[in-house]
Design a protein around this ligand. Structure first.
Ligand code: ATP
Ligand code: SF4
Ligand code: MG
Length: 374
């Protein structure tokens, strides 16, 4: 590989494109666990991300959703190269950046930016807003026309903040305003891809929509692609053209937003959707049945054999314990809608007729009358 990666010419702000900007194949991150005394040895690994395939097109927004601990942030940190992958390949703008070294990564680093969940801890409290937003330009030696301060003031205006607040400190801003500062910092280097890790989860519900709208504006006007990480399908619904659903380190379903929300095939996607009743996009799905996502996610140190979802799946059969279901375009799925399940749900939006409890142990307790169904 050459010392510096060459990048394609800047794309116009034309919205989503089918051209892949980011292509991730077989991405894997296993965090080693060490034990033993007096000599420490590797005794296991947290299989945080396991064989994940994902693409994000130029100017496209892809949502990555799933329960806490399923590996969303680790995926984001691998893509932004804050973590070194255990396996797999990351291709950005046609270049393999999987193990690119610091110098080789330099031109890419400015194009891939991250927005973090917590707008309080992600901003240095001792630095002014101007210094915070300016610092990526300084680190990367970027000198915009008119100077860095002018550029910072433009960015403050773009994200809906007063440019006169250049010299203020983060504590003088509300949570929503701080996240706007985080967005301005991410925009400072004209990125082509932003990995937004739960960018609104820490904000009041009333403020969440404002920040999502800001990100939408950024995507529309600047043509920036997004990997939008969230545990809440309702947030992703308005922002992402495609959605990938993760469970215990694996992508279990991915597809166009309409396909995923209206014709989900994987039982886990059904469960996630049912937890957000108003998320249904068609009127006919208004009566979607609630599925209670009972039980804990199994440990990623020793995930279940076969299908990782089988310990909580009401459709599980013997095959699910022995064969891992591949992520495929199964019969009935629209183009690009992939599902990893041996016994998928029908591609209909009909709600099931009987109550579904996801955890077989809880179901047994309910049958014994030990647990209330409310
Ligand atoms: N540095 C680390 N060392 C060991 N295990 C880790 C490390 N970082 C994350 N993990 C583990 O990897 C798994 C995935 O974590 P990750 O933070 O990616 O999940 P997440 O989907 O982002 O969860 P949340 O919704 O809570 O943010 C978890 O079991 C977590 O404990
Ligand atoms: S493969 Fe089996 S256990 Fe996994 S989601 Fe499908 S039916 Fe459930
Ligand atoms: Mg996370």
């Amino acid at each position: 590989m050459s010392d510096n990666l060459t990048l394609p010419a800047q794309q116009g702000s034309t919205g989503a494109s089918t051209e892949a900007l980011l292509k991730v194949e077989g991405l894997t991150k296993h965090f080693p666990i060490y034990g033993g005394f007096p000599i420490k040895r590797k005794v296991g690994a947290v299989q945080a991300v396991d064989n994940v395939d994902l693409t994000v097109g130029v100017g496209e927004s892809v949502g990555l959703v799933g329960e806490s601990g399923c590996g969303k942030s680790t995926t984001g940190r691998l893509i932004t190269r804050l973590l070194e992958p255990t396996g797999g390949r990351i291709e950005y703008a046609g270049q393999d950046i999987t193990h690119a070294k610091r110098k080789q990564l330099a031109p890419v680093r400015s194009e891939i930016q991250m927005i973090f969940q917590d707008p309080y801890s992600s901003l240095n409290p001792r630095q002014t807003v101007g210094t915070i937003i300016k610092s990526p330009m300084e680190v990367n030696g970027i000198n915009p026309a008119g100077g860095r301060e002018k550029r910072v003031r433009e960015l403050l205006e773009l994200v809906g903040l007063n440019p006169e607040h250049y010299n203020r400190f983060p504590h003088e801003f509300s949570g929503g305003q701080r996240q706007r500062i985080g967005v301005a910092r991410a925009l400072a280097l004209n990125p082509k891809l932003i990995v937004a890790d739960e960018p609104v989860s820490a904000l009041d519900v009333s403020i969440q929509a404002q920040v999502v709208n800001l990100l939408q504006k950024v995507q529309d006007e600047l043509g920036i692609a997004f990997l939008f990480i969230a545990h809440d399908l309702a947030v992703v619904r308005h922002f992402s053209q495609r959605v990938a659903v993760m469970y215990l380190g694996k992508v279990v379903e991915v597809g166009d937003r309409d396909s995923i929300y209206n014709r989900p095939r994987h039982p886990y996607t059904h469960a996630l959707l049912s937890a957000v009743p108003e998320v249904a996009m068609d009127d006919e799905t208004e009566n979607r049945e609630r599925i209670r996502l009972a039980g804990d996610v199994p440990s990623p140190i020793s995930p279940p054999s076969g299908c990782r979802f089988r310990t909580r799946c009401w459709k599980a059969q013997d095959k699910c314990a022995t064969e891992e279901p591949p992520l495929l375009q199964i019969g009935g799925n629209t183009e690009g809608h992939l599902t990893a399940c041996h016994f998928p749900e029908d591609p209909s939006t009909e709600a099931r007729s009987e109550d579904v409890v996801m955890d077989p142990a809880l179901k047994a307790m309910e049958n014994d009358g030990n647990v209330s169904k409310s």
